[in-house]
Design a protein around this ligand. Sequence first.
Ligand code: TMP
Length: 207
Amino acid sequence: MKGRFITFEGPDGSGKTTQIKLAEQYLKQKGFEVLTTFEPGGTGIGKKIRAILLDKSNLEMTDKTETLLFLASRAQLTEKIIKPALKSHQMVLCDRFFDSTIAYQGIARGLGAQRMLDFSLWATGGLVPDLTFVFHMKPGIGLERKSRQGRPKDRLESQEDDFMQKVCQGYREVAERFKERIVSIDGEKDIQAVFAIIRDKINGLIG
Ligand code: TMP
């Protein structure tokens, strides 16, 4: 069986990272080779780009610079890590992919959803996930969760309050537009209930 590419998306603090760990364990128990990675990052160059993107002192960063950095990190990750893993029949789980660029830069920043999709497809040579889970939650809850864990806010989390509201709305639009690929998850449900949905959808994909 050829490798499958599964992505996890949602506003900051929506619980996707916990679910990726559960999905990884589940697939490994079933005997699959699994590669778990994340954006921005996932490669040496990507980690350096991530540091620039999240650095709170980079206040002068323009929206276009931000977009191009996310795309550069994605191009590197796709070419060097994701495509080779898929070619060697691995299951690839990725914490964020191009739906983040559509929701954050395309919709919340207002740079245009279609343009962000086109740029992303150019950056990745047309790679589209086989399955995507989008975690939805009320604006504010995710960041509250993160601050309870004692984690300081990064540059993107420090945007004005209505930015996260626009991101949440952006994800709703993305989920509506790509219904055939995206499964919407209520990020406020408990961990096991959410994982039951994810497990069923993954079983549907792997047959
Ligand atoms: P993370 O904290 O989930 O690792 O993601 C880093 C931040 O970058 C998060 O606030 C979401 C944001 N982001 C974008 O704005 N556009 C993108 O394309 C990606 C991948 C992430």
